[in-house]
Ligand binder design. Sequence first.
Ligand code: FBP
Length: 279
Amino acid sequence: MTDIFSAIQRSAIRIKDAIDTKDIGYSQQENSSGETQLQLDIKCDMIIEEEFSNVASIHTIASEEKEHAVMLHENGKYFIAYDPLDGSSLIDVNLSVGSIFGIYENAFGAQNMVASCYVVFGPRVEMVFAHNKVKMHLLQGKDFEFVKEIRLNEKGKLNAPGGTQQNWKSYHKEMVDSFFAEGYRLRYSGGMVPDLHQILLKGGGLFSYPATSDKPKGKLRRLFEVFPFAFIFKKAGGEAIDGKEDLMGLAYADIHDTSPCFFGSRYEVQRVKEVYANN
Ligand code: FBP
């Protein structure tokens, strides 16, 4: 596992340099979700594939920016699904973005996840790696230094509601408003990584990206985005559901499958369960 941890660190340092370039324009290519790729999306994807191709314990990789998975080392045992630059559409407005990694053993699938990691590219570069515990590291020069273990409280103060509100179900809107009525503060940047990082570091709250009339299966991808954060929130003492079911109990058919998702501390996720159980 340490060889994968090191490869992610090397990738993060190179991605940080790539982000600091002038060319943040769009390419002529589309990813398998039909989104026009930024030059930067393609560059970050190449950086990660290069670094992982030197790690013999990695059997197969799958990228949000590629249609199909790629086998790297036949004798490897780890399968890694990653989003090279999540929220990349925020780069041109200079908001924080991130990279997300799900590390699976012997095959892709929530039940095979053994570790997960994300890197936040914000005013500072921070990496959170979850294996047995959830640990945060800060980039200092060319090295990531351990900072602290992350634990969620029972209840938080932050509310990050994703999705286009006019396409929300009425009971979802009532639920989101019920937290604001209780004094929760709105914290939503449109970048999944910084939004969830804030809830983790501030001790709790709720991030939600529900099923909506325009995205009935949600927007966020199971293997690349949803399962990695579900693993982290649960290891940190929180919960992660699709409205009803534990996200880590979900299967996937296509590597680009999406799911509605709710990540948070126990108090908030319990309310989601109650509201969604009745609808
Ligand atoms: P990408 O992986 O294509 O960047 O999309 C993911 C994302 O940008 C998340 O980071 C974010 O939480 C969500 O989409 C924002 O979606 P919306 O703009 O619909 O609220």
